[in-house]
Structures are given as structure tokens and as C-alpha cells.
Design a binder for this molecule. Structure first.
Ligand code: FES
Length: 576
């Protein structure tokens, strides 16, 4: 391997395995207990494989096979693999929201790496929150680490029609609510939309976050686009295993290959992908872990400069399978080269220029060239105003353009249950111009900032053919969602942010061009309402959720815990 900096005696695991004392007798004898021989692990890099497989994570169903491929690569390269199970965070099945647990997995990743005799790590993730969580933990622990992405699943198929994860569910649910789809058709769709292992195959949070990991330099370049069920995927797994052993000898840690340029590149790629709004929170959190700058304003600025090039749903027409066949992320980054800092480094030890040198765009309908973007609308707009002084997020490229400048009377729901009980009432006082507002759905209020932000269109309007409305909340929405949804209002209403002051009937205005989000209510009246504000009681008063609510930061700061910021100061464990 190039540039060997480490010797067996300077490996972190040497403190457990290499020294001659009473404790290390225990470490070695207990490793022999598992059937390993001396030359299996003595003096070798110990590689932790953080595996987020579980029986209930559909997107990681292939991880038991892939972990064997990763181990094959580690053995072949002279390392010693240790598989460590980690919280698996199935996006659809974990309630109330996987976002409540992103930081728990990030902490687990950090502590697994810290407490075990680990010299390097392969991070196995893909389903939405697993990517940022594993990377946040690895950044803080700062041992050599490589990210192994789960890969997208196959296109959905329903009676010959292509279906996209999430996006088509919302679309056809509205059709079903309007009476245009039968129960039997709906059941057929349930069975056809997710046809293989792998993560959602629209440009949802999973595809966005794995591409961000890749563009940060955390993956074998281009790995994030490989379909989970393609034979290139197990080959990529083995390559991760081989590469991480060399990274340990080269002492190539996240702090060595990550830079401000890496995060700026990731943000640029996010824009060109028309990526998930969730990724904004995660990218801010990851950058702050690494002590780099990443503000909401930077997203807005780059959104005006970088157009959407990936014609992938929900902003475009195609799916990740098409994106992979078109050349994948490396082809997109090559089209985008003029907007990237090509000197940023990767886990390969080289730079982004080397990573994309051989990339080819095979289909310019799927990956558009920079001078022919897929549309005019920006991927991300950050709105500010008297109900969102710290910002709110909108995805104009996925909204009906007539709502990019809109005013209407607010219809306010104080929490999710209130909305669920009222929204489909025939007598609901609502028109297509109304602005639906949901409070108490933010980081503390949710809790966990659930993906409720694509607020439902009232049934009586669906029946009239209405398919989009202006909707505002302090929640998030799925990356596969679409519509005129203003999200992540910060600070959230639950902690007394001015969003708590909105009342039904207030006139709400959004002007995306001016990046403005306001209610037409006098400042003194807003202050009066907020002075009378009493925080609702916390829904959960025990366990992890209490610690979460005490330490979670607001959306514009990335929703990390206040005690986990920065990469410095993770203490090495005492070995007594
Ligand atoms: Fe796992 Fe969408 S459910 S990525």
C-alpha cells in the first residue's frame, strides 16, 4: 500500500492485543476462545464493521451477505474483521420517527469504535438516518473509516407502470381518497412498489444522503449509485474491506480527507440532485461535527447558482436505476466539475479529480449537462420572516409553481392529532387558497421532528380535484414527498418560537423569490400572543426521549445534541 505510516506497534488495537500484561492475556485468550489463531489477529489492523442489519430493516436485508463480502476483502488485505451490530433504524417501521434516534445511532457508532480494540471501520448504512448517524459517529471518533452504501432497490412495477418509492404512494393515495383507485388496485400496488432489497429508489433522503457521503469522499467513488441487487455491489463491498485495511496503515482518518471543500462539494451535489430537504439538516450536523461551516444561507446561495441536473423523481422523471445506468454520481459530478473543488480528498487517498476522471455520462436525458438543467426552479429555498426568524425550508422544484408566491388565510392545527381528527371533515372551513399550518411537530414538539410536513390535502378539496396547497410546519417531510410544503420552521412552536403565534384566519404570505414567509399580524400582537404562550406538556417523560429533549438543537443547527458537537476530545478508554 502507498505511504505506510503505521507499524503494528502503533496500531490502536496494540493497547489491547500487543502488550504483555495481565489484561492483554484476557484480551488474547478470549479472542482465541472464538476459534481464531494467533496469525489471524496478532499485529493486524482490527476493522470494525458497524452493521445496521436487522430483521426489521427492509432496506438492509442484504447486509448479512454483504458483510461476508466486506470480511472477505478485509482478510484478503491482511486485516482482522469484527462485525459489530448497530441500531438499524428502519425508516417506515420505527416510530414516532427515526429522526428521534439518529443521534442515538451516532452516539452508538462513536462508543462502539471508542470502546473496542478498533483501528478502522466500515460503516454499513443506507436507509435514511443510518448514513448521517454513522458518519457523525465516525467523524467524532476519527479513526480511519469508509462508508458502505446499501444501494438503491429496483424500480417499482405495478401492472407495467413504473412506481417510485414514496412519491407514487402519496400520489396514488390522493387518487384513492378521491375515489379514483379501488382497494384491490391499492393492494396490488403495495406488492409491486418495493421489489428488492436496497433503499428507496427515488431521490429521497436515502439516495441523497448516500450520494452526499460519496461526494464527501467517504466512499469508494461512485459506490452510492450501484444498485443493491447488481453483482457490482458485492464487489464494491469487498473493495471497501480491502481499502479500509490500507487506510489504517496509511493512517487516513476523516480529519485527513474531510475539508471545508468536501462539505461545499456535498452541498453542490445535493443541489444538482434536487436532493431531499432532510439532507439539509444532516449535512449541517455532519459539518458541525467536523468543525466546518454549513449554514442555511449557504444552501440558499448555492441553490441560486447550481441547477438541478438529475432528472430523478420527485423533482424529475426517472429513478435511481436509470441514474446508475446513466453513469451514476461520478457522471453527475463530472458534468458539475466546474462547480466543484476537485482538490478535495477521498478515502482512496487521492482527490475528486482522480475519482471522476474516467466517468462517462451515458444518458443526458437522465443526467443533464450543466447548460441544460431540468428546470428553472431552485432545489432549495430558505425563507425567513416574522414566523421563522431562524429560517424555514422549501423545495420549489417539487411544488406547483403558483404557490411560489401566495397569500391566504391560515388554517391552524395545534398538533398532529388535532389535524388528523379535523382534516377530512366535510364541514371544514377551507378553500384551495387556505394555508394549512401544523404546529408542535418540530425537534422537541414531535418529538423527533417527524415527516408530517407534506400535510394532507383536506378530503373535500381532493374530491374537487385539488392536488397541491401551501402547507407550513416545523416538521420535516420525506425526501420522496412533493408539494408546496414549507418545512423546518425554526425555532419550533413547541419551545415558544413565533410560529406558535399563528392563529386560524391570520393572513400568511410566502414569496419564494424574496425568500419571505410572514403573517400579516402586527409585531405587538405577535409579542402579546407569545407572552401568553405556555409550552405544552412533554408527551414522553422517561428514558432516552428525556435526554433527547433536554439536549436537541433546533433544525437550522442540524438537530445534533449540544454535547456532541465537534470532533475533538473523544477520550481513549482506560485499559485497567
Ligand atoms: Fe429505507 Fe426509504 S425506507 S430508504
Amino acid at each position: 500500500m502507498a505511504g505506510k505510516k503505521k507499524s503494528p506497534e502503533s496500531l490502536r488495537s496494540h493497547r489491547w492485543y500487543g502488550v504483555k500484561d495481565l489484561k492483554s492475556f484476557g484480551h488474547r485468550s478470549r479472542t482465541y476462545q472464538m476459534g481464531y489463531a494467533k496469525d489471524d489477529f496478532h499485529g493486524k489492523p482490527v476493522i470494525a464493521i458497524l452493521n445496521t442489519w436487522s430483521d426489521i430493516n427492509q432496506c438492509h436485508a442484504h447486509f448479512r451477505e454483504r458483510v461476508a463480502d466486506i470480511k472477505r476483502g478485509i482478510w484478503a488485505s491482511g486485516g482482522f474483521p469484527l462485525e459489530l451490530p448497530a441500531l438499524s433504524l428502519s425508516e417506515p417501521l420505527v416510530k414516532p420517527s427515526t429522526m428521534l434516534y439518529r443521534n442515538l445511532l451516532a452516539m452508538e457508532a462513536e462508543e462502539l469504535l471508542r470502546s473496542h480494540p478498533v483501528d478502522g471501520a466500515v460503516l454499513m448504512g443506507g436507509c435514511d438516518k443510518t448514513t448521517p448517524a454513522l458518519i457523525m459517529g465516525a467523524i467524532s471518533m476519527d479513526v480511519p473509516a469508509i462508508y458502505f452504501p446499501a444501494g438503491p432497490m429496483l424500480r417499482g412495477n405495478w401492472g407495467g407502470q413504473t412506481l417510485g418509492s414514496g412519491s407514487d404512494v402519496w400520489k396514488y393515495w390522493d387518487e384513492k381518497q378521491a375515489g379514483a383507485i379501488s382497494e384491490a388496485q391499492w393492494e396490488d400496488m403495495e406488492m409491486g412498489i418495493a421489489r428488492s432489497f436496497g433503499h428507496c429508489m427515488t431521490m429521497g433522503t436515502a439516495s441523497t444522503m448516500t450520494a452526499i457521503a460519496d461526494s464527501l469522499g467517504f466512499c469508494i467513488p461512485g459506490a452510492s449509485s450501484i444498485l443493491a441487487s447488481d453483482s457490482a455491489h458485492p464487489r464494491m463491498a469487498a473493495a471497501c474491506g480491502k481499502r479500509i485495511v490500507d487506510m489504517v496503515w496509511e493512517d487516513l482518518k476523516p480529519s485527513d480527507f474531510l475539508s471545508q471543500a468536501s462539505f461545499d462539494n456535498a452541498l453542490t451535489v445535493h443541489m444538482a440532485l434536487g436532493g431531499s430537504t432532510n439532507a439539509i439538516i444532516h449535512l449541517v450536523a455532519m459539518a458541525r461535527r467536523a468543525s466546518f461551516e454549513m449554514s442555511l444561507d449557504r444552501f440558499d446561495e448555492r441553490s441560486r447558482e447550481v441547477p438541478v441536473l438529475a432528472d430523478v423523481r420527485p423533482s424529475g422523471r426517472f429513478l435511481m436505476e436509470d441514474f446508475y445506468y446513466a453513469g451514476g454520481l461520478r457522471a453527475l459530478m463530472k458534468e458539475l466539475a466546474g462547480e466543484l473543488d476537485l482538490s478535495a480528498r477521498t478515502v482512496m487517498g487521492g482527490d475528486i479529480a482522480a475519482a471522476i476522471a474516467e466517468a462517462v455520462n451515458y444518458n443526458r436525458e437522465v443526467i443533464h449537462p450543466l447548460d441544460q438543467p431540468i428546470g428553472e426552479a431552485a432545489a432549495t429555498a430558505i425563507l425567513y420572516g416574522n414566523i421563522a426568524p431562524d429560517g424555514a425550508v422549501m423545495k420549489p422544484s417539487a411544488a406547483d409553481p403558483r404557490f411560489l408566491k401566495h397569500s391566504g388565510p391560515a388554517l391552524v392545527f395545534r398538533d398532529y392529532n388535532h389535524m388528523a381528527a379535523e382534516i377530512d371533515r366535510d364541514e371544514l372551513d377551507v378553500t384551495p387558497d387556505s394555508v394549512i399550518v401544523l404546529q408542535n411537530s418540530g425537534p422537541v414538539g414531535g418529538p423527533g421532528m417527524p415527516e408530517w410536513g407534506m400535510l394532507p390535502i383536506p378530503k373535500k378539496l381532493l374530491k374537487q380535484g385539488v392536488r397541491d396547497m401551501l402547507r407550513i410546519s416545523d416538521a420535516r417531510m420525506s425526501g420522496t414527498s412533493y408539494g408546496a410544503c414549507v418545512l423546518h420552521v425554526s425555532p419550533e412552536s413547541h419551545i415558544g418560537g413565533p410560529f406558535a403565534a399563528v392563529r386560524t384566519g391570520d393572513f400568511v404570505s410566502v414569496d419564494v423569490e424574496k425568500r419571505a414567509l410572514n403573517i400579516d399580524v402586527a409585531e405587538a400582537e405577535i409579542a402579546r400572543r407569545l407572552a401568553a404562550f405556555k409550552p405544552p406538556p412533554r408527551a414522553i417523560t422517561r428514558g432516552y426521549t428525556v435526554m433527547y429533549a433536554d439536549h436537541i438543537q433546533q433544525a437550522h443547527l442540524g438537530c445534533d445534541f449540544d454535547f456532541l458537537l465537534g470532533a475533538k476530545g473523544v477520550p481513549e478508554p482506560e485499559i485497567h
